[in-house]
Design a protein around this ligand. Structure first.
Ligand code: SF4
Ligand code: SF4
Ligand code: ZN
Length: 265
């Protein structure tokens, strides 16, 4: 497993393609995050229409607190703009004065400091001297299946775990496979062909086609029931929380499904 604050790459073994695809879809479409849904404009003398600014605001990733807020459909308030259990209000009030002024995501001030923009430096609009922008934005939890602004991941892919075999009795270390490999998986070191970066292999088979030997001295194949996940968070949620939540969602869906089957007899 490799990880940093926003990215993780891990291997899953003993599962089939359907399972990893269901997990991927749950991360993309089912794990909720906060995003701006409604905007009330008090003043907008900028060059951009209200709708464009509202759209730009909606795409700003917000830090999400899944433990303190409810999805609007799960909250009993029934209010159009939500209550303090299902929404966060972010206010913005910027006047350009005598100089041109760019309005950034960092100018949004949330009523819950835990639900703030992930990055402060996302430009929203440039105000000319004398122009102003004043608004109140309502952020809610939502799911990627309803709008991409609620997706917690900017990358969520999986691929087969590769196996690369070298037949040293046929290999004369010509290096053709090393040269052609787009992912720098192979290297000739100490009189042998080494696999130096296995997880980067995409199973493209360029190395096999480039090998002048017949049959080729190198073979690549997917390892059965093993996959490499590559996930990048937008910053709304920690990357391990995204995986955890997706697994919980899948588990819940499966138990609901089996319960329904039992009811049908
Ligand atoms: S299959 Fe493609 S990526 Fe993998 S080692 Fe061969 S050339 Fe490189
Ligand atoms: S191209 Fe074939 S013979 Fe040449 S180094 Fe690679 S595996 Fe060996
Ligand atoms: Zn509510």
């Amino acid at each position: 497993m490799e990880r940093d604050k926003l990215r993780v790459r891990f291997v899953v073994k003993g599962v089939n393609t359907e399972f990893v695809n269901a997990l991927r879809r749950a991360m993309l479409a089912e794990v909720p995050t906060m995003a701006i849904e409604d905007v009330v404009f008090f003043e907008n003398s900028s060059i951009l229409h209200d709708e464009i600014i509202a759209h730009r605001l909606a795409l700003i990733p917000l830090k999400t607190d899944l433990d303190s807020y409810l999805l609007p459909e799960e909250c009993g308030c029934g209010s159009e703009l939500g209550c303090n259990r299902c929404r966060v209000i972010l206010t913005l009030s910027v006047e350009a004065g005598d100089e041109r002024r760019t309005v950034y995501s960092g100018d949004l001030s949330p009523d819950d400091p835990e639900v703030k923009p992930v990055y402060d430096n996302i430009p929203i609009v440039v105000l000319a001297p004398g122009q102003s922008l004043k608004l109140e934005a309502y952020a809610r939890l939502g799911k990627g299946k309803d709008h991409a602004k609620w997706q917690p991941v900017s990358v969520c892919t999986h691929k087969y775990y590769p196996s690369v075999e070298v037949y040293s009795e046929r290999c004369d270390l010509c290096g053709k496979c090393v040269e052609i490999c787009p992912k720098r998986v192979l290297a000739v070191e100490e009189d042998s062909l080494k696999i130096v970066n296995l997880l980067n292999c995409t199973l493209c088979e360029d190395c096999v086609r480039a090998c002048p030997k017949n049959p080729p001295a190198i073979r690549v194949s997917p390892v059965p029931e093993a996959f490499i996940f590559n996930i990048e968070s937008t910053g709304s949620l920690p990357v391990d929380r995204i995986v955890e939540e997706a697994a919980k969602i899948l588990e819940k869906k499966l138990s609901e499904f089996s319960q329904k089957l039992e009811e049908l007899g």
